[in-house]
Design a protein around this ligand. Structure first.
Ligand code: BJ8
Length: 385
């Protein structure tokens, strides 16, 4: 029998991963490892691993550095962009400090223009992301961008990225994706064996865990323990808890403000559609075709609102609503994120008209100023379910 008492400890490991990651990254840097800082889900991490380097998510989820960023950037800009830039100019992100190079993509307008400024501080490489998933128009350009990025890494680190190395990296990251998906798919159970807050912490912590073999082992252990929770019917979540799907912008900077009140109000987050959740993890990289082709296909298929049209997001949402037996959808919009904000109209239509379940969109930023207001709106929404 699995030791379910170890679960809090397991979750703690992932919660602490980001903080401990600061120390780990220094040790790795001291031992001669090359580091590539990343911001976005579109970054093909496999190429970074194949170059013998480590990808690391750069700091972007605190309001601490926003005032510094606002000296150069407009106030009316997405907090994620301002925080990312603020960390770079204040040198407060250890990951940025140790990164040999930063990679970004031409996603939303604010981010791609911010990268130009970031390039004045740090070696910043920007991949030109096509804004269409239409294979005949976007895929060839994206494949060329994969090849360019590969060459950039080879030159930067004086290494050769062989087909063999790419295949190994693809297989390793697919293994991680499969495990993470198996983990969050436990949200399908009734009641789920874990809270949405715990689920978020594990998914988020995985971005800051560098020993992937150890991470996979720990996630396997968590999965087995959670299955035991289900088998022994010992979940602390009520069978009657309304089941929530979260979609929209990345929520790393607003997780406390959003997830806690949802679950304090008696509901449970069973699945995350946004980056960090199923948007990125659902689809694997095809291991049977040319690696560059496979990477281009996988990454261009990420259904982010910067794509036009972005109908794959609607399809994914509909599927998740069914598979996770979702009772209500909460969409999070970071202030001034125009692409996700415009898409709310389409998403609301899909959720309420096609799936017949309630939907709410909440626009917020990293400040605590609207915490009370957000809590009240969430409570009213949950009450209605
Ligand atoms: S793949 S969601 S990580 S772009 S929230 S900065 S879109 S204004 S973060 Fe994103 Fe990559 Fe898409 Fe995911 Fe701009 Fe919107 Fe801010 Fe955003």
């Amino acid at each position: 029998m699995k030791d379910v008492n170890k679960l809090p400890e397991n979750f703690q490991d992932f919660e602490e991963a980001r903080r401990d990651g600061f120390l780990t990254i220094k040790e790795l840097k001291d031992s001669g490892k090359n580091i590539v800082g990343t911001f976005c889900t579109y970054t093909p991490k496999e190429l970074i691993y194949a170059a013998g380097a480590l990808p690391v998510s750069l700091c972007s989820v605190s309001e601490e550095t926003i005032p510094a960023a606002e000296k150069h950037l407009p106030k009316n800009l997405c907090p994620l962009i301002k925080a990312s830039y603020g960390y770079a100019i204040t040198d407060k992100c250890p990951y940025m400090y140790f990164a040999d190079i930063v990679v970004g993509e031409t996603t939303c307008d604010g981010k791609k223009k911010m990268y130009e400024l970031m390039g004045e501080i740090k070696d910043t490489y920007v991949m030109q992301l096509p804004q269409t998933q239409d294979k005949s128009r976007g895929l060839d350009l994206w494949k060329e961008e994969m090849v360019r990025f590969k060459k950039k890494l080879e030159n930067k680190f004086s290494v050769s990225i062989t087909e063999e190395k790419m295949k190994i990296a693809i297989s390793d990251i697919n293994e991680e994706r499969v495990l993470l998906k198996e983990f969050y798919s436990l949200g399908k159970l009734t009641p789920p064996p874990l809270s949405g807050y715990e689920m978020h912490n594990v998914l988020n912590g995985a971005n800051y865990t560098f020993d992937k073999k150890l991470q996979n082992k720990k996630i396997r252990e968590i999965i087995e323990n959670l299955k035991e929770v289900d088998r022994t019917k010992s979940s602390k979540i009520s069978v009657k808890a309304p089941r929530i799907l979260i979609t929209g912008c990345p929520i790393g900077g607003v997780a406390e403000k959003i997830i806690k009140p949802i679950e304090d109000a008696g509901a449970v987050v069973v699945v995350y559609e946004n980056c960090g959740g199923s948007k990125n993890l659902e689809r694997l990289v095809d291991e049977t075709i040319d690696p560059i082709e496979a990477l281009a296909e996988k990454y261009i298929s990420i259904p982010c609102s910067v794509m036009s049209p972005n109908s794959d997001r609607e399809d994914l949402l509909k599927r998740l609503i069914d598979e996770y037996k979702v009772d209500g959808v909460i969409e999070i919009i970071l202030q001034a994120c125009h692409t996700y904000n415009v898409e709310t109209h389409m998403i609301k239509r899909v959720v309420t008209n096609e799936k017949n379940i309630p939907y709410i969109s909440l626009e917020t930023d990293y400040s605590t100023g609207d915490t009370g207001q957000i809590k009240t709106r969430i409570e009213a929404f949950i009450e209605m379910l």
